[in-house]
Design a protein around this ligand. Structure first.
Ligand code: CMX
Length: 439
């Protein structure tokens, strides 16, 4: 068994026992109550999922295994000369619940580099798609084409004991994470750079190699990719990409099938696609106003116009958060260090000043503050990655770290098939009638 797989087995075994006895002894304890409003309104705040890798506080933001983003920034190993954490380290932390050493992250980088070969038929599948196919659609199709490689699917077909499910899920997850940067870079280069592909460099860490294959060898872009891949990796279990991966995985669908489901959810404009929508919206504003550097007043007018037209202001609001997303702040700190005078970055900062009070004044938007997507595109544009339709693919590559770690935990803890109860509006009406006081 590999070092990391051994470690995961060693760590997850006792947790599985603990969960078993916890359910046995306290399974009947109520976790909360919920309302008709929540049943219609996307099940917000209903505590009905258990996800080990991270926990989201509405005010403080995300904690990965108990650590905030600034704490991770300090504690996770870094590449030489780089100020940003290596995403390999976050993966190790989420998987094992322990902070990794330099040696641990090096081991993961090497393992992923070794496993990164993508079978030729995946590229051939992509090659038949029109180049106008949205990059997220290409990404999903490529991962589906890669499903031929699923070790879990083969083992299940041959007959495998339930207690061993976690093992091929771990192998599939490691292989998939290793191959995603290659697939994503291939999509980018075929779509925007005339099929001029760039060979991987196995000596680079996972994020730096991704940057290299995309065609960006600037050291600070590599730093940005390490930061980007770390902060987008996970946001507890209820968001659309994490939940759909978990839901589909609960049917014992393998990592490829489950992850693709998550990516199709990430491709929605209210979730991950918001990162492309932000830049599209800012550019439309610049065009309409006729200035690359719109004033606060002009931005305010444009926000009002967007709201009047019945559209959302992309990059603002959140289903859980009620403060500025710490992932936005982490990117803002990066920008202050590397590109404080960038025109687009400064426009994003000006929007940050202007948008919250306007959104708040509507009286209905629960969170007027920016989320992760409000900042990411401006940094990518700064380095020349201007093809914003591609941005959600970057999010997707990072999100694999969190949702696939969770799938490994789902299998290690023996979680069952997900099957909440649904009712009809007629049922709800009868329920309300039955609850009315008798007169
Ligand atoms: N602009 C305009 N209206 C907004 C808004 C925004 N940024 N955020 C919320 N609203 C509206 C909602 O559409 C809803 O309107 P209706 O009552 O007319 O349906 C109302 O305010 C209440 O919504 P909410 O409870 O505050 O927010 P939700 O939990 O329903 O939705 C989210 C959360 C993120 C989908 C929403 O804030 C939004 O659409 N934001 C813009 C898109 C975006 O940035 N998404 C990325 C989120 C982060 C990620 O997953 O990557």
């Amino acid at each position: 068994m590999g070092v990391l797989k051994n470690k995961f087995h060693e760590v997850s075994g006792p947790v599985a026992q603990e969960v078993k006895s916890l359910i046995k002894e306290h399974g009947n304890l109520e976790l909360g109550t919920y309302t008709i409003d929540q049943a219609y309104g996307g099940m917000k705040e209903i505590k009905a999922l258990v996800t080990e890798t991270s926990l989201l506080d509405s005010v403080e933001g995300i904690r990965f295994r108990g650590y905030t983003i600034p704490e991770l920034s300090e504690k996770l190993p870094k590449a030489e000369g780089c100020t940003e954490p290596l995403p390999e380290g976050l993966f190790y932390l989420m998987l094992t619940n322990e902070l990794p050493s330099h040696h641990d992250v090096e081991h993961i980088s090497n393992t992923w580099a070794r496993r990164s070969i993508v079978p030729h038929h995946v590229f051939k599948t992509l090659d038949v798609l029109p180049k106008t196919t949205h990059p997220m659609t290409q990404f999903s199709i490529a991962v589906m084409a890669l499903q031929t490689e699923s070790i879990f699917a083969k083992k299940y077909r041959d007959g495998i004991s339930k207690k061993d499910y976690w093992d091929p899920m771990f192998e599939d997850s490691m292989n998939l994470i290793a191959r995603l940067p290659r697939i994503a870079a291939y999509i980018y280069r075929r779509t925007y750079h005339n099929d001029k592909h760039i060979e991987p460099d196995p000596n680079l860490d996972w994020a730096a190699n991704f940057a290299h294959m995309l065609g960006f060898d600037n050291p600070s872009f590599k730093s940005l990719m390490r930061l980007y891949m770390t902060i987008h990796a996970d946001h507890e279990g209820g968001n659309v990409s994490a939940h759909s991966t978990h839901l589909v995985g609960s049917a014992l669908s393998d990592a490829y099938l489950s992850f693709t489901a998550g990516m199709n959810g990430l491709a929605g404009p209210l979730h991950g696609l918001a990162n492309q929508e932000v830049i599209r919206w800012v550019m439309q504003m610049q065009n309409e106003i006729g200035s690359k550097s719109p004033s606060e007043e002009q931005i305010a007018d444009y926000i009002h116009k967007t709201l009047t037209e019945g559209k959302v202001v992309p990059g603002y609001g959140h289903a859980v958060l009620r403060k500025t997303d710490p992932r936005f702040t982490a990117q803002m700190e990066f920008a202050k260090k590397y590109c404080p005078d960038d025109e687009l970055v400064n426009t994003v900062w000006r929007i940050y000043k202007v948008a919250p009070p306007i959104l708040e004044s509507t009286g209905k938007i629960k969170n007027p503050w920016p989320n992760v997507d409000a900042h990411s595109g401006s940094l990518l544009v700064h380095y020349g990655l201007v093809e914003y339709d591609f941005y959600t693919v970057l999010f997707g590559v990072s999100r694999a770290l969190g949702v696939l770690t969770s799938l490994c935990w789902d299998r290690a803890l023996g979680y069952g098939i997900e099957r909440p109860k649904s009712v009809t509006t007629e049922w709800i009406k009868s329920y309300i009638a039955a609850k009315q006081p008798k007169v």
